[in-house]
Design a binder for this molecule. Structure first.
Ligand code: FES
Length: 252
């Protein structure tokens, strides 16, 4: 299995452990709170010989809980510490797509699998992809700005510039909205026409992939960056750098 897949698996395992530790911590914290709220508030008595033993027991129990809670809190904090992703990401995984990179699915049950031209169906929906260095097998998934939308459309529907860039009707764009940087996730009928468009659900911006992903609706200030593709023997690859700025222009 590739390094990237192992890393994903290990990360999932760490996340599961973290959730278990957090659940244990929460349960004990709740138990402590309920115990404290239901326990009588003992006012020290001047003649409490027969109360001395219960008070001593209560003190021991309180100490035990405090120590246990402290240990759990320490463990939970360790579990909640962000993973050292920066140190684990392989070199090149946060670089922008490079000429010659191949493309792999970034989501779904085929995640990590190579995308070929046959995987891209005419008319959408778009596939979500990461670029991958074919020489090192490094998937460039360490930066969310590298996620790509790949779609195939009837070349007759494309404007001149977009058609010139398309390979057998297949075109690619950045999956990051130019408004506030949300991922563009939807392929839906436009609010301002009959055709389907890329849509960012954060603030409803729509982009027309037939026309260079220009904005047709919503607050996005500019089109999605385009990514030139090449096609050889059914294999898709990156043909050049992103055309245009990648990412949002303002905080969400
Ligand atoms: S981030 Fe996409 S419309 Fe605002």
């Amino acid at each position: 299995m590739q390094w990237w897949s192992r890393n994903q698996s290990e990360q999932s395992h760490i996340d599961a452990l973290r959730r278990q530790v957090f659940a244990l911590f929460s349960a004990e914290f709740q138990r402590l709170l309920s115990g404290m709220s239901s326990a009588p508030f003992n006012v020290p008595s001047s003649s409490s010989d027969h109360n001395a033993e219960p008070e001593a027991d209560a003190g021991i129990e309180q100490t035990r809980r405090t120590l246990l809670l402290g240990a759990l809190a320490t463990t939970a904090c360790l579990g909640c510490s962000p993973p050292a992703r920066a140190g684990e990401d392989p070199p090149g995984s946060d670089e922008r797509p490079q000429k010659g990179d191949v493309l792999v699915f970034s989501e779904g049950d085929q995640e990590g699998k190579l995308i070929t031209a046959a995987d891209v169906k005419v008319g959408g929906p778009p596939l979500h992809a990461w670029p991958k260095d074919p020489n090192t097998s490094v998937v460039r998934s360490a930066s969310r700005l590298n996620e790509i939308l790949i779609i195939k459309l009837d070349p007759a529907d494309l404007d001149e510039k977009t058609r010139a860039r398309a390979v057998d009707g297949i075109i690619a764009y950045s999956a990051i909205c130019s408004h506030a940087g949300c991922p563009v996730t939807a392929w839906v009928k436009s609010d301002v026409g009959d055709k389907e468009m890329f849509k960012c659900m954060c603030h409803n911006s729509e982009f027309d992939p037939r026309a260079g992903a220009q904005v047709v609706f919503g607050p996005a200030p500019r089109r999605l960056a385009a990514l030139p593709l090449a096609l050889a023997d059914g294999s898709l690859s990156v043909a050049g750098n992103f055309l245009g700025k990648v990412g949002g222009t303002q905080p969400g």
